[in-house]
Every structure is written in C-alpha cells, then in structure tokens.
Ligand binder design. Structure first.
Ligand SMILES: *[C@@H]1O[C@H](CO)[C@@H](O)[C@H](O)[C@H]1NC(C)=O
Ligand SMILES: *[C@@H]1O[C@H](CO)[C@@H](O)[C@H](O)[C@H]1NC(C)=O
Ligand SMILES: *[C@@H]1O[C@H](CO)[C@@H](O)[C@H](O)[C@H]1NC(C)=O
Ligand SMILES: *[C@@H]1O[C@H](CO)[C@@H](O)[C@H](O)[C@H]1NC(C)=O
Ligand SMILES: *[C@@H]1O[C@H](CO)[C@@H](O)[C@H](O)[C@H]1NC(C)=O
Length: 296
C-alpha cells in the first residue's frame, strides 16, 4: 500500500514538473533550426560547386536552384542564397570557408534543439548535460564546436563546469553513423530542388563535377548519387513525403549527436534518463520526428 502511494506521488510529480514549452517559443526555435539547416544546405552546395558562374547565378537568383521548392519544405531560400553570395566573394577559398560555416550552423542547430527539448523547467536537465558532456567526442567525433556548446549550457550557471574549446580544428564528422545520416539528409534536400525527373537527371550528370568537392565537405557522395541518379520514370518524391523524411533525419541525427555528446550510446541508465526527461511532444513542433528516440 505504502509502495503504491509513493509510486503515485512520484508519477504525479513527474507529470507536473516540466510541462511543455509554449507553442510560440517552440515556433521561434523551429524557425532558428530551419534557418541553420538552410545555412548548412547553402554551404554544402555553394562550397562544392566547381566554377564561379553557378555560384554567381545562385546569388543573383536562387530560384534557379529550386527556391520555391525548398521553401515548400520550410527551408529559407534567403539564407541559402546568402551562402552563395558570400561564396562568390571568397570563391578561391570557399571550401574551407564552407566547412567553418557548416560547423557553426550545425553547432547552433544542435544547441537550439537541446535548449528546447527539456520542457519549461530545463535547469536540472542543463545541469545533467553540463556534468555529462564529453567535449572530446563533441569536437572529434561530431565536428561541432565544443566550446560554444559548453558555454551555452554551463556558463554563468551555479553548476558551471569547465568546458573545453576545440584544441584542434575538426571540420569533418568522424562518426560514421552521423556522417552517413547527414549525407542522406543532404541527398534528400538537394534532389528535392529538381522540379522534374529530367531536371533531376541533369543534376545527376552535373554531380560528377561536384562529387570530389562533396567528399571534402564531409558528404558521402555515393549516398547522394543513389538518390539523384535514378531513371526518368521514377517519379519525384512528393513534398509531403520529403518533409516527413526531413523530420526523420533531423530527429535521428539529433539523437545520435546527443548520445555521443553525453556518452549515452551504450549506457542504459543515461538513455533511460533521456527518455524520461525529453519532452517527446515538443519534438514534432521543433521539426523532428516525435517520440521514442531513447525509450527502447
Ligand atoms: C541559428 O541558430 C542561432 C541560435 O542558436 C540563431 O541565433 C541564428 O539566427 C540561426 N541562424 C539562422 C540563419 O536562422
Ligand atoms: C529567377 O529565376 C526564375 C527561374 O529561372 C525566373 O522565373 C525568375 O523570373 C527569375 N527572377 C529574377 C528576379 O530574375
Ligand atoms: C582559407 O580559409 C580558412 C578558413 O577560413 C583559413 O584558415 C585559411 O587561412 C584560408 N586560406 C587561404 C589560402 O586564404
Ligand atoms: C569521450 O569521447 C572520446 C572520443 O569519442 C572517447 O574516446 C572517450 O572514451 C569518451 N569518454 C568517456 C568517459 O566515455
Ligand atoms: C558511403 O555510403 C555507402 C552507401 O551507403 C557506404 O557503403 C559507404 O560505407 C559510405 N562511406 C563511408 C565513408 O561511410
């Protein structure tokens, strides 16, 4: 009897603590997430184009790269165009610049996701993150800016722990799982800009010239080819399916990044903690697949 009472009290406490964030807060976070995802996409494309002409063209009018269609997925054409315009100015060194911009945007995207998945009373969760971050994994495996992440969750907080800024610059994701999921996401978004199967085929032929640079940008070009280089009679993926797949990759990449960032890959206890503390209902509103990432 006593046990049941305690269990009920715990359950009620669990339900009252950490309610969902307001939809307005989540909508603003969602917009930042899509902004950073757009920046990543813009740099992944602009940084791997082999001549100045298409970069200049994209800067003048991104519509020729699928403006209307990318907007359909909720991405931001103006942010994508911005990457092209900056790349025109620094074309001789755009690959190195692109990698730095991708790292920055990917870091900000991860921070925005983390800041908003723990509901409206996130301080205990931030403390947990701060105590569990593995800055070596964040820098070396995920190619994210470990100092920026440490600062976001640990600075000026009573439980502040020392975080480490990247001691050496890592720009390409080493973790194979994240690397290949990020490549699948790119393949999905890039091929979505084709508005007909014929256009997709032309992009496939042109991809030949981009593929080497794509490897340098940390993208598995085999994965891109497998989505882009398909027969004319294979219909384009409808916008709704593409958007669903985008939320699937956003969620899966986030879950993998978080697992590595706090050494939770093989740690049942940590995974249970994440299952319990992440507000699963908010994930969908943040543009990720809702539910079940850590609740096995
Ligand atoms: C990326 O996210 C940060 C917050 O982490 C935000 O300040 C910035 O505006 C976002 N970038 C874009 C292009 O939306
Ligand atoms: C941009 O390109 C699209 C597609 O080629 C074209 O329809 C549109 O008129 C162009 N816009 C401007 C401002 O040149
Ligand atoms: C290229 O850009 C990177 C990163 O912005 C910089 O560190 C490097 O010095 C640049 N190289 C040249 C030749 O400008
Ligand atoms: C932190 O990450 C590094 C690199 O992935 C790994 O070698 C190390 O074992 C991790 N530390 C802990 C405590 O798990
Ligand atoms: C790239 O993707 C292909 C196809 O999925 C896979 O076989 C290969 O192992 C991947 N390469 C790397 C370096 O992960």
């Amino acid at each position: 009897m006593k046990f049941i009472t305690v269990a009920i009290v715990c359950l009620v406490a669990g339900l009252t603590q950490g309610a969902a964030l307001s939809e307005q807060v989540l909508a603003s976070a969602h917009s930042q997430i899509l902004g950073n995802a757009s920046s990543i996409l813009g740099w992944q494309v602009a940084g791997s184009l082999q001549s100045l002409a298409p970069i200049t063209q994209g800067c003048q009018n991104i519509t020729s790269y699928g403006h209307g269609r990318w907007a359909t997925l909720g991405l931001k054409p103006a942010v994508i165009e911005q990457a092209f315009c900056v790349a025109t100015v620094r074309a001789s060194n755009s690959s190195a610049l692109a990698l730095n911009q991708i790292k920055l945007a990917a870091t900000d995207m991860f921070i925005t996701q983390l800041l908003h998945v723990f509901g409206d009373d996130p301080q205990p969760s931030f403390k947990w993150l701060c105590n569990n971050f593995n800055y070596t994994a964040i820098n070396d495996e995920l190619a994210l800016d470990s100092g920026r992440i440490g600062q976001a969750f640990c600075a000026n907080r009573p439980y502040a722990t020392a975080w480490s800024d990247p001691s050496h610059e890592v720009l390409i994701i080493a973790d194979p799982s994240t690397y290949n999921m990020a490549s699948s996401l790119f393949a999905l978004l890039y091929s979505f800009s084709a508005s007909t199967p014929t256009e997709r085929w032309i992009m496939c032929e042109q991809y030949h010239y981009m593929s080497q640079a794509q490897l340098q940008e940390g993208i598995n070009s085999t994965i891109v080819r497998s989505r882009l280089c398909v027969d004319h009679d294979v219909p384009l993926m409808p916008a709704g399916n593409s958007q669903l797949l985008m939320t699937y990759w956003f969620g899966s990449i986030f879950a993998r990044q978080l697992s590595l960032a706090v050494n939770a890959v093989d740690d049942e206890e940590k995974r249970a903690w994440l299952c319990e503390n992440i507000q699963h209902g908010d994930l969908g509103l943040l543009g990720m697949m809702p539910g079940n990432m850590f609740c096995a």
